[in-house]
Design a protein around this ligand. Structure first.
Ligand SMILES: [Mg+2]
Length: 276
């Protein structure tokens, strides 16, 4: 794959480590995104963050001075909800167990999928959910995991928003959604039947649909080789690694060919020359 100057019509842009770190915008991010927008490049922020809503993320971006509308944010919860809403086994007579932060439930409700909480199921009188959507949330409890295990054991479709093992925090790496999924996997002896987020295919399929562009017209920008770069490459989308996040130039040199981006830049601002 190659990226030709002036060939890019849309961006699939990761957030953490590309646009912001914590509460601060990454160096060059505001300039780069503002310039892309001025040149008429369509922008889609694609994040594995499942616990927050797209509206909340857009608001946070705007608060940092990064131009963003809610419709330009696609979370792994929204991708999971799209997959569930269109699933051939969808059973409208039964509800879907939503596990995770508010973003998981909100995304399902926005797509007309009725949800049930672990608390409601704990009474033992509700029908078994036909699917479980499991994403990260700071308030996920043992009751949530227990109900997920009961449902998966009873044959419910198990959908993971994403499988990230860890979550970077100022104090170090905290358990991410992958670690919470592992407890359900351990107790059921099963693995999720569907994974929505990066580097998996549903995230990129939905992102291209929303942009209304073909893979070769888009540039996927990220800071992690094993998710942002591998996932986009597999989907046939040209890739750029931005060095404001997790991986550096040495990581690229040591990476296997399928993990290597087409372009490496110091910041989002340095991408401007690709939109000619
Ligand atoms: Mg990132």
């Amino acid at each position: 794959m190659s990226v030709e100057h002036g060939s890019v019509r849309g961006l699939i842009c990761d957030l953490d480590g590309v646009v912001y770190r914590g509460s601060q915008p990454c160096p060059g991010a505001i300039e780069g995104l503002t310039e892309a927008r001025q040149r008429g490049i369509a922008i889609l922020y694609l994040t594995n963050n499942a616990g927050h809503t797209a509206a909340g993320i857009a608001e946070r971006l705007a608060g940092m001075g990064v131009p963003a509308m809610e419709a330009e944010v696609l979370t792994s919860s929204q991708v999971a909800a799209d997959e569930v809403a269109e699933h051939p086994e969808r059973d409208e007579a039964r509800r879907v167990l939503a596990v995770g932060g508010p973003g998981v439930r909100r995304a399902l409700l926005d797509r007309g999928v009725a949800t049930v909480t672990a608390g409601e199921l704990a009474g033992g009188e509700e029908p078994v959910p036909w699917a479980v959507v499991q994403g990260y949330g700071t308030d996920v409890t043992v009751t949530d995991l227990t109900e997920a295990v009961y449902a998966v054991r009873a044959g419910a479709l198990w959908v993971a928003t994403n499988t990230d093992a860890t979550l970077p925090t100022p104090r170090g790496l905290a358990p991410g959604n992958g670690a919470l999924l592992a407890s359900v996997a351990h107790a059921t002896g099963q693995q999720p039947g569907l994974i929505a987020g990066k580097p998996h295919a549903p995230a990129y399929r939905r992102a291209l649909q929303l942009l209304g562009l073909r893979a070769e017209e888009v540039l996927a920008v990220g800071d992690r080789l094993e998710t942002d770069i591998v996932g986009a490459r597999t989907a046939g989308i040209p890739t750029a690694l931005v060095l404001t996040g997790v991986h550096g130039r040495e990581d690229v040199e040591q990476a296997s060919p399928d993990h290597r981006p087409d372009v490496v830049v110091d910041s989002l601002h340095d991408l401007a020359r690709w939109w000619g």
